[in-house]
Design a protein around this ligand. Structure first.
Ligand SMILES: Nc1ncnc2c1ncn2[C@@H]1O[C@H](COP(=O)(O)OP(=O)(O)O)[C@@H](O)[C@H]1O
Ligand SMILES: [Mg+2]
Length: 426
């Protein structure tokens, strides 16, 4: 009897090694980054030589290789130090402890990361599971004390890498204290070097002068990749991930060009787009990725990005967007502020039956609505009917936004899509 194909199988497979296209894959080779690799090597030399470590602040847009370059260099350092130590007597060996904290991991809905939570993260990195501390059980000073005593129980050098450090928010105590912890007298037995990595330029500008003095001893800027560099990185990745003959050079160039134009030179975006294109091509059962697949994959990513940025809005703004969605569905947009407000009140009540939260006044709602215009979600047209007719505003979605995206965003936030009647609003 002939076996039936699984519904999960595709006739042709293009992806040979999918892990190579995953977000957290650390490439074995870093391309097009000789400059930052060189700077970071210089900063790490003292550790290799057993001298006091330096601190550094790395910054640049998302997807430009900050994490990949730093991970690569850390691995090299651990590896090369291991080799150096193998030729040294026990007493001469250099000890390196490395700590990698992604500060983003401490951001939970509504709460930004703080120095305190990062300190908890450092303690838990050093402790065995079972002996970890919780993020809520201690007074901040206690957590810092525990952290410093854990650090001081190590020997040699501690290299602390704080990735996505901009998530730490306004309380940057730790960023000031950690790099200077030995000078301040918090630590006696170890030397600490801190590398902070940030996606956010505003964060860098707003750091306190004390942090700029300590952590930002050396700053390394990662500039965006141009289309040629993206193509180099992609070629290398595609060779490892995809079967021979499944992609032409023109496809790599198209993916690179799109990532360059639409995601300001992000290699992450380029790799994601390549993977999406290969998956779409596989789904269609063809043997080569076509330009059409790249375009479809690009639209899919754009769509996902927009939904994500809607879902990040606060509740009031989501209620307003939902009101506009219901008005748009019955072709009542562009709608006057009064009409939007009436619908908005129904939405707020539908979602707050239990909490008893009341809708904002028209004025209060209007403030949020103006922000939505500023963010590019909503278009507002000002009407003027002369002295007799008066002035008013009408609101509708901008071109990129529509009811289906609002629905997806609301559902992405774990909320049910409630039906709201627009009957009688005017
Ligand atoms: N120079 C490079 N060589 C090889 N791969 C790279 C390079 N730069 C970035 N990448 C890859 O692009 C993706 C995004 O890079 P990443 O380091 O995570 O960016 P960032 O931390 O700046 O947001 C990762 O998959 C990474 O491996
Ligand atoms: Mg990163």
């Amino acid at each position: 009897m002939e076996e039936e194909d699984s519904i999960f199988a595709d006739d042709v497979e293009m992806i040979d090694d999918a892990t190579v296209l995953e977000e957290d894959y650390t490439p074995s080779e870093i391309l097009c980054r000789d400059d930052s690799l060189g700077e970071l090597t210089d900063i790490s030399k003292p550790i290799y030589k057993g001298r006091p470590p330096q601190n550094a602040f790395l910054y640049g847009d998302t997807g430009v290789g900050k994490t990949a370059v730093t991970k690569y260099l850390r691995n090299r350092l651990i590896n090369d130090l291991g080799e150096k130590n193998s030729n040294l007597s026990n007493t001469d060996q250099l000890k390196l402890n490395d700590i990698w904290i992604n500060c983003e991991n401490f951001t939970t809905a509504g709460h930004t990361t703080s120095s305190y939570q990062v300190a908890v993260g450092i303690v838990n990195w050093l402790r065995e599971s079972g002996n970890r501390i919780t993020g809520t059980g201690y007074a901040p000073q206690d957590v810092y004390d525990i952290m410093y005593s854990e650090l001081d129980s190590l020997s040699g050098t501690v290299l602390i890498i704080l990735d996505e450090v901009d998530k730490i928010g306004e309380d940057d105590t730790l960023l000031y204290e950690l790099p200077r912890s030995r000078d301040i007298g918090y630590l006696e037995d170890v030397r600490v070097g801190v590398i902070g990595i940030s996606n956010n330029y505003t964060f860098r500008r707003n750091l306190s002068p004390k942090v700029k003095d300590s952590l930002c001893e050396t700053e390394i800027k990662f500039s965006p990749y141009d289309a040629t560099e993206l193509a180099d990185i992609l070629h290398n990745r595609a060779e490892q991930a995809l079967y021979d003959g499944t992609y032409a050079d023109g496809i790599i160039n198209l993916v690179s060009a799109l990532a360059y134009q639409e995601a300001s030179g992000s290699a992450r975006r380029a790799i994601r787009l390549l993977r999406g294109s290969a998956e779409i091509a596989e789904g269609e059962g063809v043997t080569q990725i076509q330009k059409e697949h790249v375009r479809q994959a690009n639209e899919k990513i754009e769509y996902g990005n927009i939904v994500e940025s809607i879902a990040e809005q606060d509740d009031e703004k989501l209620y307003i967007l939902k009101s506009l969605a219901h008005l748009a569905l019955v072709e009542k947009t562009p709608a006057r502020t009064r009409t939007v407000h009436q619908t908005y009140c129904r939405v707020v009540r539908a979602y707050n039956e239990d909490s008893g939260n009341e809708p904002l006044t028209r004025r209060g709602m209007f403030n949020h609505l103006s922000k939505l215009v500023m963010f590019g979600f909503v278009n507002t047209i000002d009407r003027n009917a002369g002295a007799a007719g008066g002035q008013w505003s009408e609101h509708g979605f901008s071109d990129d936004i529509g009811p289906s995206k609002i629905k997806e965003a609301i559902e992405a936030n774990g909320l049910e899509w409630k039906q709201i009647s627009t009957r009688g609003v005017s």
